[in-house]
Design a protein around this ligand. Structure first.
Ligand code: GLA
Length: 380
């Protein structure tokens, strides 16, 4: 009897240590999610251990190994790779593509057309008619799509053209952003054209099936913005637009995450036959709604535990939904890697709360946060 009790104890101890040693949070996130979708991150100069231009190399903490998809946070945007009318500068973007290749990552191309990342020559005072605008659009898309070829597995062809106003009845007039001179000059046509230009170039290169074409936006899980987006997508699809997918940026803060909205957006967009990707996921630890009223700024070293746990709950709920709809979702990308390197701490980039922010799954020291543990050690 004594012996039997002893062996039971040994078995119990062994199985605990065994389950500890096989915790998924000890694995790379890309492996944890290998049967679900690829796991991506936005990379910038502070993310990878190669010197860009004359900058110093950052410490190689290896955290990038968790990801098998890379998005350039800024370095494939129009203003960066096509800074003056007859000059393309691919040097930096190419370094990221090279880095991705040597680390077995795919590259999400971001973004061909975005009104907020244009150089001086692409502005209202320089371009006065639709013909010139479409010519410039085609020239840019042709050059960029050809340069990267199938080194990217998809493009955000058009970024953020849907308006944020809360309208009850959706029309073309209120669906699209009106503060955009592209819309002023061409109406919605430039959106369709962007996809057609990219599609034609990929076909000419014989790589159309290797590169998917996406529309990408923020807040497109919210009901009114979703209705406007569906309005645009239905029009595009009726016009035989060569669009393959939709990107849901999913920039959340502590008060803005609504489970049901996220889930029904994934289902609704996918019902149009589009592939869904979560392209810029992060959770701002502050709250713009009065409900949680988190007013104070936190210490630059990290937020209090209760805040990080609340943040982890949002990650947990979102990833439950992503896993449930893995048949519709092909990639989930975080808009950064470590909390020490976030656009949310750059007042020129971010219009939210002006405090130190901690939106990601690794803290400023590169340690795993509660958010990492909940998405790795999930129970469903
Ligand atoms: C949008 C863009 C991104 C990035 C973020 C952060 O989401 O798609 O490229 O600039 O804004 O400001």
């Amino acid at each position: 009897m004594k012996n039997k009790l002893f062996s039971l104890l040994v078995i119990a101890l062994l199985s605990t240590s065994c389950s500890n040693s096989t915790r998924r949070s000890d694995m790379l996130l890309r492996d944890v999610y290998k049967d679900y979708f690829s796991i991506g991150a936005a990379f910038n100069d502070g993310s990878i251990p190669v010197p860009m231009d004359d900058e110093e190399a950052v410490v190689d903490d290896g955290l990038y190994n968790h990801f098998n998809s890379l998005t350039c946070e800024n370095d494939m945007k129009w203003e960066k790779i096509h800074p003056s009318e007859y000059v393309y500068d691919y040097e930096k973007a190419d370094k990221y593509v090279e880095f991705a290749k040597t680390h077995n990552m795919g590259v999400r191309g971001h973004a061909l057309v975005w009104y907020r990342a244009l150089p001086g020559y692409m502005n209202k005072s320089k371009i006065h008619d639709k013909e010139t605008l479409l010519l410039k659009e085609k020239e840019h898309i042709d050059n960029v799509v050809e340069h990267f070829g199938d080194s990217v597995y998809c493009w955000d062809v058009v970024n953020e053209v849907i308006s944020d106003s809360e309208d009850e009845i959706i029309t073309d007039e209120n669906a699209y952003r009106q503060d955009d001179f592209w819309y002023e000059l061409s109406g919605k046509e430039y959106i369709l054209k962007a996809f057609e230009y990219a599609d034609a170039k990929l076909k000419e290169l014989g790589i159309r099936e290797k590169v998917k074409l996406f529309y990408n936006d923020y807040d497109n899980t919210k009901p009114v913005k979703k209705a406007k987006t569906m309005h645009m997508l239905n029009w595009l699809l009726e016009a035989n637009c060569p669009i393959d997918g939709i990107g849901l940026q999913c920039h959340y803060n502590m008060g803005s995450f609504v489970k049901d909205e996220l889930e029904s957006a994934i289902v609704d967009y996918s019902s149009l036959g589009l592939e869904v990707q979560i392209t810029e996921f992060d959770v701002d630890i502050y709250d713009e709604t009065p409900s949680m009223a988190i007013e104070e700024s936190y210490d630059i070293l990290g937020a209090p535990e209760k805040i990080l746990d609340a943040q982890a709950t949002i990650y947990d709920h979102a990833f439950k939904i992503f896993r449930k709809h893995k048949d519709k979702i092909s990639n989930v990308t975080f808009w950064g890697i470590r909390d020490n390197n976030t656009y949310m701490n750059d007042p020129t980039e971010f219009v939210g709360h002006a405090g130190p922010n901690f939106p990601y799954i690794f803290d400023i020291f590169g340690e795993k946060k509660p958010a990492f543990y909940v998405i790795a050690d999930y129970e469903d």
